[in-house]
Design a protein around this ligand. Structure first.
Ligand SMILES: NC(=O)c1ccc[n+]([C@@H]2O[C@H](COP(=O)([O-])OP(=O)(O)OC[C@H]3O[C@@H](n4cnc5c(N)ncnc54)[C@H](OP(=O)(O)O)[C@@H]3O)[C@@H](O)[C@H]2O)c1
Length: 277
């Protein structure tokens, strides 16, 4: 598995598994935990979750998947903006740690921008790092202007990633955000790289994938993973699809395939705005 280097010198794998939608229905938790275990057994080493997903249920499904395992994946979780005050961020993290049944969250993100000043949230993150409860912190759903504000806030250069909506049909970050992150060596963490499954219906994607001899969703993910300074966290609860994700991480796409994708899914116009789900 290829990896990217974080500003703090640590590394992060190019592919992780998302968990949005897990932990919502008690009867499905065991199958979801088995899907996570399948991913870990087959080379996934990063899990992405949030206190929001399933109202904490996704973190509990991760705990269920990890019980009795010797290996320990890199865990990313997120705090709601309305829990992101200096003290609120500490309390939210402690709740997530209890649900996850781990001592430490490796990377803890501010889920999106809220009313709390960045300086306060960063202080909370720094307290959590000092206590060993998180390994590092980052943000999500921030545009280039938000990032400039974070980097000019005391402690803001501690930000390790920005997780944003990015896929073939959501190329908005390429205008201003992706270059700004690359200039600082801050990886862009792509969420919904399959447009929440909708890309499976894309006629141009199906046509280009058939010509390339690849499953369409695998091609969509491989495109995202091929972007420099980008890593991605697709989600599935189906082992066969998770295997496809893992294969996508080692695919090298030919120039003619990349050109065909660029023609069908053009880069954004100048001034493209932040898009989020
Ligand atoms: N920071 C944020 O604000 C934010 C927002 C959204 C997502 N995220 C994170 O990013 C992760 C990924 O995003 P996402 O879950 O929104 O969407 P996604 O990864 O783009 O797509 C996941 C959906 O696609 C389906 N799918 C997977 N492979 C498929 C295939 N080969 N054919 C057809 N459908 C397929 C999955 O269904 P099955 O499970 O049934 O396979 C699931 O419903 C999330 O789980 C979450 O961890 C973060």
């Amino acid at each position: 598995m290829q990896s990217l280097t974080l500003p703090n010198g640590g590394t992060i794998p190019k592919l992780g598994l998302g968990t949005w939608g897990m932990g919502e229905t008690a009867g499905e938790a065991a199958a979801e935990a088995r899907a996570i275990a399948h991913a870990l057994d087959n080379g996934v080493t990063l899990l992405d979750t949030a206190e929001m997903y399933g109202g904490g249920g996704a973190e509990e499904v991760i705990a269920q998947a990890l019980r009795g395992r010797a290996d320990r994946p890199f865990i990313v979780s997120k705090v709601y903006p309305y829990n992101a005050s200096r003290q609120g961020v500490v309390e939210a993290c402690e709740r997530s740690l209890r649900r996850l049944e781990v001592e430490r969250i490796d990377l803890y993100l501010l889920h999106w921008r809220g009313a709390t000043p960045f300086a306060e949230t960063i202080e909370g993150f720094e307290r959590l790092m000092a206590a060993g409860k998180i390994g590092a912190w980052g943000v999500s759903n921030m545009d280039a202007d938000d990032m400039a504000e974070i980097w000019s806030t005391p402690g803001g250069d501690g930000c390790q990633v920005n997780q944003v909506l990015y896929n073939l049909t959501r190329r908005w970050p390429e205008d201003a955000l992706a270059p700004a992150l690359a200039a600082r060596g801050v990886p862009l963490m792509a969420y919904s790289p399959l447009e929440q499954g909708a890309l499976a219906q894309s006629a141009p994607l199906k046509r280009i994938a058939a010509a390339a001899g690849l499953p369409p969703m695998q091609l969509a993910l491989a495109w995202t993973l091929a972007r420099p300074n980008v890593f991605a966290v697709p989600k599935s609860v189906r082992p066969k699809r998770i295997d496809e994700f893992l294969e996508a991480a080692s695919l090298a796409l030919d120039d003619d395939v990349l050109k065909a994708l660029d023609a069908a899914f053009p880069p954004p116009p100048p001034g493209a705005h932040l898009e989020m789900l």
